[in-house]
Ligand binder design. Structure first.
Ligand code: ATP
Ligand code: MG
Length: 772
């Protein structure tokens, strides 16, 4: 079988390696093997040459016995293994010499899809020094395509004067591509190509079977929104994509050379384009000697490749990914493939994990990047400096969500700390383009701080009320409530808070009671901690991720993160913690990294650009479908509601168990019985510590003073230990609630029925203390 990476080809390659190894040693070794000394003279009888020539002889012998094997294996010939074993000798000196000779041999082997270590590894099993390599090789992907072969040399695009490559180059390319095609044309590659295509074309959407919710398709988006064209060039998506691929392919060698010049040796695997980026993937050798910090390499590569911004390099699972601005040599700017909002939303899976399920953008491979807020990931933050595309990204997430759910499922609240970015979402008065999902007037933190604070307080109250209601109905979370009480169905609420640190910064202007009631930091902290089960979710956005600006107690509970371009590395580190993603190197507005699916699954993409007019059109189309929806609460109502006393909500009262009528302590109850009763109903005891019913008992009032004083002491110790236990338990429940993300209901449902748990520990502790 002829063709690339076929058994015959692999056999020849393996023989070439053996020849190369032999080539590696100079003639004096073969002279030694022939029993000739340095001068080419035959050793004198019995002399056997010097010990140096003896060693050389041994080395040459070992080299002659080199074994080598190359094979392309795996169900669809997806892996290329290669191995060279140089046998060891019987003595150390010779072995050292062999090892010396083989130093750096690996990096001199220049064979596609084979990556040897620089220096061999000694392996006792193979009884020698081993180079081995195991590299991905997708036969089908390297087959090339007919379009590469049948290039029309007369196409005006190929005219040099049009910036094309010229007729001669085109002929040459067609010729070279034909050769490449033939070389790669093997049964495996054909099979692999067909299989991959089929997998791509006939991918079944299995999301519905597992899904909790089915995505609606509220709008015929393609008719609401025109297909986008690139603002600067007027390119359609197809035109831009075609050119982008061509540019990316033309730079494969440049990128490879740039890596090599930084002493990074990896084999090119594939390139993809999307947005303004070209993403090159390389296979790493077995023992890649990679820098700990890519900063330096990135800077050098930027200089080498002369591209806008610095490349972003990362490595995982044996692959090296280099993402660079996709631009021609000499061009000042990368090419941009516009992202089509309508196409992006159409690609969404039918099944949704959560109701608040939006799409922020698409990655370079065209896959959508989901932003889902639910029990697992209740809140998120979006970071990006001014002009990086925060507002646009937020609106992408919102509109893609609004296309899949109804206003009965989800409502949205808006606040902007620095201005009125969400003014256009207003739905009251003479608003021209009302949006049916908007729950209350958007708040403008710079102009109307009073309403902004009241709105935050309103959200907190809403969370508290919902918690109280869920508790009362003995359900653990909103979804369960809606299932059990369909007539009282409540929507999920998404609170979008842009530039929120501008509002928290002004908390210190508040004094006394007002501070307690309206300081936004504490409100937000409460919401991030407690709102999980109530279906109230936060989407925070901020220009800076700096710690001085973002209280840690808030950010610790905001697990979902997206970062657009930020100004400095330190900001990138805080925005996307533990991910090592240099978001400060992002060059384009709308380009972002998401760790919504964990730091181990970072996603990198571009969001579609939505103009104001397009967003008005989307609002109008949604209103046409759902009708005009009034605000759930007006500005005045929200300000009034914020004044309500939290304690009136009744979250904490009446929820603990109290002694029954008969169990209530009689005035002559013994101290032992009282302690037992307190332990049985700890919350009741704490609540009634100062109550006449307890302080008036005989044990504290009758008998010798020494006795009553001692009893008071015992009671105090008992209660203190109970308080500690109750507080501990609450903390534990809270911690568990945030740990057991999916079973968020537990924090509520375990409040009852814990009485037994209190019994043991305090008793021992109390006795211990009483002995003292
Ligand atoms: N996805 C995108 N594609 C192309 N251009 C974009 C994209 N997103 C944003 N832009 C450009 O960047 C500009 C600023 O975007 P946006 O208002 O969303 O930034 P921002 O981060 O919210 O800024 P600010 O902090 O000033 O509010 C837009 O007017 C647009 O020109
Ligand atoms: Mg903005």
């Amino acid at each position: 079988m002829l063709g690339y990476a076929t058994p015959a080809f692999d056999y020849i390659t393996s023989r070439l390696f053996v020849a190369k190894i032999k080539e590696n040693i100079n003639d004096s070794y073969f002279d030694a093997l022939q029993e000739r000394d340095e001068k080419g003279k035959k050793f004198e009888d019995g002399m056997g040459g010097t010990s140096a020539t003896q060693t050389k002889k041994q080395v040459a012998l070992a080299m002659r016995n080199t074994r080598s094997k190359v094979e392309t294996v795996g169900g669809n010939r997806n892996n290329r293994h290669a191995k060279i074993v140089v046998l060891r000798s019987r003595e150390t000196e010779t072995d050292n010499s062999i090892q010396n000779m083989l130093k750096n041999f690996g990096s001199r082997v220049d064979e596609p899809f084979i990556q040897f270590q620089d220096t061999p590894v000694f392996n006792i099993k193979d009884n020698g020094f081993v180079f081995d390599s195991d590299v991905n090789y997708h036969a089908g992907a390297y087959l090339g395509s007919w379009e590469d072969i049948f290039i029309n040399p007369f196409d005006p695009k190929n005219k040099k004067t049009n910036g094309g490559r010229g007729m001669l180059t085109t002929f040459f390319l067609a010729y070279a591509n034909t050769l490449r095609y033939l070389i790669h044309l093997t049964p495996y590659s054909m099979y692999d190509r067909i299989r991959t295509n089929a997998k791509y074309k006939y991918k079944r959407d299995t999301s519905v079977e597992k899904a909790k919710f089915i995505a609606r398709n509220n709008l015929d988006l393609s008719s609401v929104l025109p297909a986008p064209v690139d603002e600067k060039t007027g390119h359609t998506i197809e035109e831009a994509t075609k050119e982008a691929i061509e540019i990316a392919n033309s730079r494969i060698n440049d990128v490879q050379n740039a890596l090599n010049s930084n002493k990074i040796h990896a084999t090119f695997d594939s390139v993809a384009v999307g947005g303004s980026q070209a993403i090159y993937k390389f296979t790493l050798p077995r023992d890649p000697d990679l820098p700990n910090d890519w900063k330096d390499v990135q800077k050098k590569m930027a200089g080498f490749l002369k591209v806008a911004g610095e490349p972003i390099i990362s490595s995982s699972a044996g692959m090296l990914t280099v993402s660079i601005a996709n631009q021609r040599v000499g061009a000042t700017e990368p090419i941009n493939i516009p992202v089509d909002f309508a196409e992006m939303v159409k690609k969404r899976d039918k099944g949704m994990k959560t109701l608040i399920s939006g799409i922020a953008g698409v990655d370079a491979l065209g896959e959508v990047i989901y932003v889902e807020l639910g029990d697992a990931n209740p809140h998120m933050a979006i970071f990006g400096q001014s002009g990086s595309g925060k507002t646009v990204t937020i609106m992408n997430i919102l509109f893609s969500m609004m296309n899949s759910v109804t206003p009965e499922d989800v409502k949205v609240l808006f606040a902007d700390g620095k201005g009125n970015s969400f003014e256009f979402m207003r739905s009251d008065g003479d608003a021209e383009h009302p949006n049916p999902f908007v729950m209350a007037q958007p708040a403008d933190g710079s102009e109307d701080i009073e309403y902004t604070r009241a709105l935050v307080r309103y959200v907190e109250m809403l969370v508290r009320k919902r918690i109280a209601l869920l508790k009362e109905r003995k359900v653990s979370k909103l979804a369960e409530f809606n299932k059990k009480f369909p007539d009282e169905k409540m929507e999920e609420i998404l609170f979008v808070f842009d530039e929120f640190s501008a509002v928290t910064d002004r908390d210190n202007e508040l004094k006394g009671d007002d501070y307690t009631k309206y300081n936004v930091t504490d409100r937000i902290e409460y919401i991030t901690k407690m709102a999980r089960s109530t279906g109230v979710r936060l989407m925070l956005a901020n220009q800076t991720a700096r710690k001085e600006k973002l209280p840690g107690k808030i950010m610790a509970n905001v697990t979902g993160r997206i970062s657009l371009s930020v100004s400095e590395r330190i900001e990138a580190e805080i925005a996307l913690p533990d991910s090592n993603i240099p978001a400060d190197l992002i060059a384009q507005p709308g380009e972002f990294y998401s760790i919504m699916h964990g730091v181990n699954n970072p996603e990198h993409g571009n969001s579609p650009f939505l103009t104001d007019d397009q967003m008005y059109d989307l609002n109008d189309a949604l209103t046409k479908l759902f009708g005009v929806h009034k605000y759930v609460a007006t500005r005045e109502e929200i300000i009034a509601m914020a004044e309500e006393d939290i304690n009136d909500i009744g979250v904490d009262s009446g929820t603990y168990e109290s002694p029954t009528e008969e169990e209530m302590p009689a005035s002559d109850i013994s101290m032992d019985d009282l302690v037992a009763l307190c332990r049985k109903y700890p919350e009741w005891a704490i609540e009634n510590e100062e109550n006449e019913k307890i302080t008036g008992l005989d044990v504290f009032n009758k008998g010798v003073p020494a006795m009553t004083i001692k009893n008071k002491k015992i009671f105090k110790i008992t209660l203190n230990s109970l308080k500690g236990k109750v507080a501990q338990d609450e903390e534990k429940q809270e911690a568990e609630a945030s740990k057991k993300q999916r079973h968020s209901g537990n924090a509520l449902s375990t409040v009852n029925g814990t009485d037994g748990d209190f019994a043991t520990l305090p008793e021992e502790k109390v006795k211990e203390k009483m002995l003292v």
